[in-house]
Write a protein that binds this ligand. Structure first.
Ligand code: 13P
Length: 255
């Protein structure tokens, strides 16, 4: 295990599935679940299916997460769902700041930071996504963008809170494109993120799990997960196929 960090593999189903398809997928996943995987496993279905999937997962080792959360606790926020509600239906994790939320729904760094804090305040583990777009990488602004996204959260949240949170580096150009970052490219950014944390608290930095996301498949998972600062993956498309997802889970090794 890397400095005591148990690997984590998270499936982000995005806006896919139906009650029948979810039941099939979960049944297959549970059927193929390895006896003692090195990694923890979480799935994040669409909000409307959370309770259903919570029931399907009962008795299994697979944990439940949500794809987003409202930053506010309750009130006149039509269409939103609070952290307490997610907890109430059985979630233990929630993704915040996914690039699709940032780009398509204009979530600012500050809004993402508030979601992070709201999630933790109700005992959910936030999975904070950071990552640059293609033009930003080409302009060699990757570190600047990632540092800015991280900084916004660290303004509101304590370093101690990072020890139990999860970070996910998801380069936008690698999401759903079939073009994953090379293990070295990903490791460079993961090491940068960990160094940013270490500059604030050298004791906390080695405890924080940092996942890689962006076109992770069974064929490339092992080489990505072998990198020293990559602690597992945030999986989109490949999490919708049980055999592929379980193969990715099995590629996570305790180092
Ligand atoms: P893909 O694995 O489909 O590239 O998606 C990655 C992602 O956005 C997970 O949150």
């Amino acid at each position: 295990m890397k400095s005591g960090r148990r690997p984590l593999v998270v499936g982000n189903w995005k806006m896919h599935g139906s009650r029948a398809e979810n039941a099939r997928l979960v049944e297959e996943m549970i059927g193929q679940y390895p006896p003692a995987p090195a990694a923890l496993c979480v799935v994040c279905p669409p909000l409307v299916y959370l309770q259903d999937v919570a029931r399907l997962l009962r008795g299994s080792a697979i944990l439940l997460g949500a794809q987003t959360v409202c930053a506010d606790a309750q009130g006149a926020f039509t269409g939103e769902v609070s952290a307490a509600m997610l907890k109430d239906v059985g979630c233990s994790y929630v993704i915040v700041g996914h690039s699709e939320r940032r780009l398509l729904y204009r979530e600012s760094d500050q809004a993402v930071a508030r979601k992070f804090v709201a999630a933790q305040s109700k005992g959910l583990v936030p999975i904070l996504c950071v990552g640059e777009q293609l033009a930003e990488r080409e302009a060699e602004r990757t570190f600047e963008v990632v540092a800015r996204q991280l900084e916004a959260v660290l303004k509101l949240a304590s370093m101690e809170s990072l020890a139990s949170a999860v970070l996910a580096y998801e380069p936008v150009w690698a999401i759903g494109t079939g073009r994953h970052a090379s293990p070295e490219q990903a490791q460079d950014v993961h090491a940068f993120i960990r160094a940013q944390l270490a500059a604030r608290d050298a004791k906390i930095a080695p405890l924080t799990r940092i996942l890689y996301g962006g076109s992770v498949k069974a064929v490339n998972a092992a080489e990505l997960f072998a990198m020293p600062d990559i602690d597992g993956g945030l999986i989109g498309g490949a999490s919708l196929k049980a055999d592929e997802f379980i193969a990715i889970l099995s590629a996570a090794r305790a180092h």
